[in-house]
Ligand binder design. Sequence first.
Ligand code: DGP
Length: 126
Amino acid sequence: MAYNEKECLFCRIVRGEIPATVLYRNDHVLAFRDITPVAPAHVLIIPLKHISSLSTLAPEDEAVAGQILLAAGKVAEIVGIRESGYRLVFNSGTDAMQSVFHIHAHLIGGKQMGWPPFPGTPASHG
Ligand code: DGP
């Protein structure tokens, strides 16, 4: 798997080298439909800048992290789920099953979801 900007899948989408259904773009972030949606609305919000994951967010990325959150509300409005509700998920690392190592928020909605995400599993704080 490639982690550098030249080969990174989402960097290639940012550069327009790979097509995507783009719903929103500004100077900091890009939002496009997930290719394998898990809900009626499933949009990925990514920074234009290559950052591998939440774990590698640096203090200088503070503004771009905020831009992802701000974009979430705009995208929820665009896909018509701002009122009904939505979830923002950042998968980071192996246990979370992160598969693309360019930080992204999954904006998911358009159906009733459950909480907690693993009903019946006893919580354990190691
Ligand atoms: P994650 O597992 O959190 O790293 O999520 C990566 C997501 O990226 C996954 O839900 C599928 C999506 N994805 C992978 N390749 C493509 C692609 O080429 N285009 C689009 N639109 N989404 C992709």
